[in-house]
Write a protein that binds this ligand. Structure first.
Ligand SMILES: [Zn+2]
Length: 110
Protein backbone atom coordinates (compact mmCIF):
# COMPACT_ATOMS: atom_id res chain seq x y z
CA UNK A 1 0.00 0.00 0.00
CA UNK A 2 1.37 3.35 -1.02
CA UNK A 3 0.55 6.38 0.96
CA UNK A 4 1.07 9.89 -0.21
CA UNK A 5 1.19 13.10 1.66
CA UNK A 6 -1.46 15.63 0.78
CA UNK A 7 -1.35 19.21 1.89
CA UNK A 8 -4.66 20.72 2.85
CA UNK A 9 -5.02 24.44 3.41
CA UNK A 10 -7.70 26.42 5.17
CA UNK A 11 -9.52 28.90 3.01
CA UNK A 12 -11.14 31.66 5.05
CA UNK A 13 -13.67 33.75 3.15
CA UNK A 14 -15.98 36.51 4.29
CA UNK A 15 -19.45 35.10 4.84
CA UNK A 16 -21.66 36.09 1.89
CA UNK A 17 -24.84 36.16 3.99
CA UNK A 18 -23.63 38.75 6.52
CA UNK A 19 -20.87 40.35 4.41
CA UNK A 20 -18.31 39.25 6.98
CA UNK A 21 -19.73 41.12 9.96
CA UNK A 22 -21.18 38.04 11.68
CA UNK A 23 -24.61 39.45 12.44
CA UNK A 24 -27.91 39.76 10.64
CA UNK A 25 -30.96 41.85 11.34
CA UNK A 26 -33.51 39.90 13.37
CA UNK A 27 -36.23 38.68 10.96
CA UNK A 28 -38.91 40.60 12.89
CA UNK A 29 -36.91 43.81 12.64
CA UNK A 30 -36.34 43.20 8.91
CA UNK A 31 -40.11 42.95 8.45
CA UNK A 32 -40.57 46.06 10.58
CA UNK A 33 -38.09 48.03 8.44
CA UNK A 34 -39.74 46.75 5.26
CA UNK A 35 -43.10 47.92 6.60
CA UNK A 36 -41.57 51.25 7.71
CA UNK A 37 -40.02 51.84 4.27
CA UNK A 38 -43.26 50.90 2.48
CA UNK A 39 -45.20 53.21 4.78
CA UNK A 40 -42.91 56.15 3.99
CA UNK A 41 -43.10 55.41 0.29
CA UNK A 42 -46.89 55.48 0.34
CA UNK A 43 -47.15 58.49 2.70
CA UNK A 44 -45.03 61.10 0.91
CA UNK A 45 -41.88 60.16 2.83
CA UNK A 46 -43.52 60.68 6.24
CA UNK A 47 -42.60 58.23 8.99
CA UNK A 48 -45.39 56.28 10.66
CA UNK A 49 -46.80 57.75 13.85
CA UNK A 50 -46.08 56.18 17.21
CA UNK A 51 -49.63 54.78 17.17
CA UNK A 52 -49.13 53.20 13.74
CA UNK A 53 -45.78 51.80 14.87
CA UNK A 54 -47.28 50.42 18.07
CA UNK A 55 -50.12 48.87 16.08
CA UNK A 56 -47.64 47.16 13.79
CA UNK A 57 -45.67 45.74 16.72
CA UNK A 58 -48.84 44.64 18.55
CA UNK A 59 -50.09 42.90 15.39
CA UNK A 60 -46.75 41.10 15.36
CA UNK A 61 -46.94 39.97 18.98
CA UNK A 62 -45.20 42.83 20.76
CA UNK A 63 -46.71 45.64 22.79
CA UNK A 64 -45.51 49.15 23.50
CA UNK A 65 -45.78 48.69 27.25
CA UNK A 66 -43.39 45.78 27.00
CA UNK A 67 -40.94 47.42 24.61
CA UNK A 68 -37.97 45.90 26.49
CA UNK A 69 -39.35 42.59 25.28
CA UNK A 70 -38.84 43.51 21.65
CA UNK A 71 -36.46 41.11 19.93
CA UNK A 72 -32.81 42.12 19.60
CA UNK A 73 -32.19 44.07 16.42
CA UNK A 74 -29.26 41.87 15.45
CA UNK A 75 -28.68 38.14 15.74
CA UNK A 76 -25.69 35.93 15.00
CA UNK A 77 -25.55 34.96 11.35
CA UNK A 78 -26.98 31.49 10.76
CA UNK A 79 -24.45 30.67 8.04
CA UNK A 80 -21.20 31.51 9.85
CA UNK A 81 -22.42 31.26 13.48
CA UNK A 82 -21.41 34.86 14.04
CA UNK A 83 -17.77 34.54 13.02
CA UNK A 84 -18.19 36.46 9.76
CA UNK A 85 -15.99 33.91 8.00
CA UNK A 86 -16.48 30.64 6.18
CA UNK A 87 -13.75 28.06 6.58
CA UNK A 88 -13.14 25.48 3.91
CA UNK A 89 -10.43 22.84 3.44
CA UNK A 90 -8.88 23.04 -0.02
CA UNK A 91 -5.98 21.23 -1.62
CA UNK A 92 -2.72 22.97 -2.45
CA UNK A 93 -3.35 22.95 -6.22
CA UNK A 94 -6.71 24.71 -5.81
CA UNK A 95 -5.15 27.28 -3.50
CA UNK A 96 -2.32 28.02 -5.90
CA UNK A 97 -4.71 28.22 -8.85
CA UNK A 98 -6.90 30.64 -6.89
CA UNK A 99 -3.78 32.73 -6.28
CA UNK A 100 -3.01 32.76 -10.00
CA UNK A 101 -0.07 30.38 -9.75
CA UNK A 102 -0.11 27.71 -12.44
CA UNK A 103 1.42 24.45 -11.24
CA UNK A 104 2.25 21.72 -13.70
CA UNK A 105 4.25 19.37 -11.49
CA UNK A 106 2.88 15.88 -11.77
CA UNK A 107 3.37 15.19 -8.07
CA UNK A 108 0.71 17.73 -7.14
CA UNK A 109 -2.39 15.61 -7.51
CA UNK A 110 -5.78 17.18 -6.98
ZN1 LIG B 1 -22.34 35.16 8.23
Amino acid sequence: MTTTTRYILKKLSPCPDCDGIGVLAHPKWRRYHDWHDAYRESHHNCSPSDDATNTWWSENGYYLNSRPDLPPQEIACYTCSGTGKLEQDIDLRSALTALGINITYSNLQP
